[in-house]
Design a protein around this ligand. Structure first.
Ligand code: HEM
Length: 326
């Protein structure tokens, strides 16, 4: 039994709008980029970042989940405790940090969650999945912009046990489900053979509750497509062939994943949150120091990384566009 209905509240809590260029997490700290463990302690230990794109992105996630659920949501049955822990943590954060957007009433284990932004409410019993319309991770993921991955920690290893992934940077939760950390990173060139994969794995195995980490990852996407699923590569991947020096500013987007890692003390798993931000190269060039730095990073980048990230074919056009901008 579950119920979900609209409240009478109106959308009175507009999300403050700051220009994208002033809030975009530009990822380059120097003129070159190589893989490294660029994780940093997360100063304010929060999973969520609510931006003006909230409505559009949550709608897009829900459309994807409605049409192609198995592509965007997968979970092994033993992930259920971890899923409840994630739901509880996220709802607590929502109401503490954003009381104007979300609310919660508790009657013992019976919780009523309010999303004032979307004018929705849901009553459910903690720990009883039959009281929710979807599994807990799949439910709470429909109220946030982040993709949410649950990593199980058992037998001294890390496993991809569940995930709601609507905006993948060309990887598949359906394909990766159940894989170990080493297995799901195997497509990343020179990640294992350089010894970095093992170092990062040991770092993740030692992660402690209450000490979350964050890192930025980046790639490029043509036309700002967020759901770059490998399963529909033909719908977005071939756009790379259409990039020219003239249109690179408008069509190519820098895509930055703000990734956050939390040890979950109860299930002893890890929550891996991914908030994907996009900015067109044209917009990015409004900050000349960003355009110059980005250009230097691209020129220095080894081909194997540009190839893996999917832009080797149009990199020269993009570099030329950037040079023309300063
Ligand atoms: C448990 C947390 C993590 C999960 C679930 C995760 C998952 C993934 C996945 C699925 C990919 C794509 C692989 C593919 O092409 O199929 C990837 C790429 C990558 N991961 Fe992780 N990862 C995690 C933590 C980390 C950390 C802490 C680092 C730190 C160095 C890292 C470094 C990388 C790098 C360098 C890539 C390649 C990205 C690119 O070049 O665009 N990962 N990760």
């Amino acid at each position: 039994m579950y119920h979900m209905e609209l409240t009478s509240a109106s959308r009175s809590h507009a999300i403050p709008s700051q220009p994208l260029i002033d809030r975009f997490p530009f990822p380059f700290k120097e003129d070159k980029y190589r893989y490294s463990n660029n994780s940093k302690a997360l100063e304010s230990p929060l999973v969520l970042d609510i931006t003006p794109e909230y409505f559009e992105e949550v709608k897009s996630k829900r459309d994807i989940l409605a049409k192609t659920h198995n592509r965007a949501y997968q979970a092994l049955s033993h992930s259920m405790d971890g899923q409840w822990e994630i739901l509880e943590n996220i709802i607590e954060e929502m109401v503490e940090q954003h009381p104007g957007y979300f609310g919660l009433e508790k009657d013992g284990d019976i919780w009523t969650f309010y999303n004032y932004l979307l004018e929705e409410q849901q009553t459910f019993t903690l720990g009883d999945p039959s009281t929710l319309p979807y599994e807990p991770l799949d439910f709470i993921g429909r109220h946030v912009q982040e993709d949410l991955i649950y990593i199980g920690h058992r037998n001294g290893d890390l496993y991809m046990d569940a995930g709601q992934l609507c905006f993948p940077a060309n990887w598949s939760i359906a394909f990766n489900l159940g894989m170990t950390y080493t297995e799901f990173h195997s497509p990343v060139p020179h990640y294992s053979d350089s010894g970095l994969a093992e170092k990062v794995r040991n770092f993740l195995l030692r992660m402690e509750a209450g000490k979350p980490w964050t890192r930025l990852n980046w790639t490029l996407t043509v036309d700002g497509v967020l759901p770059t699923f490998p399963e529909i590569f033909d719908e977005w991947g071939t756009k790379a062939n259409e990039v020219t020096v003239e249109n690179a500013g408008e069509r190519v987007y820098l895509r930055v994943e703000d990734q956050k890692l939390f040890r979950l003390p109860r299930s002893y798993g890890i929550l891996f949150g991914i908030h994907t931000h996009l900015i067109s190269v044209e917009e990015l060039c409004k900050k000349q120091e960003w355009a110059v730095r980005f250009c230097n990073v691209l020129e220095d980048l080894p081909d194997y990384m540009a190839e893996y990230k999917g832009f080797l074919s149009y990199k020269p056009y993009l570099v030329q566009y950037l040079k023309n901008s300063f």
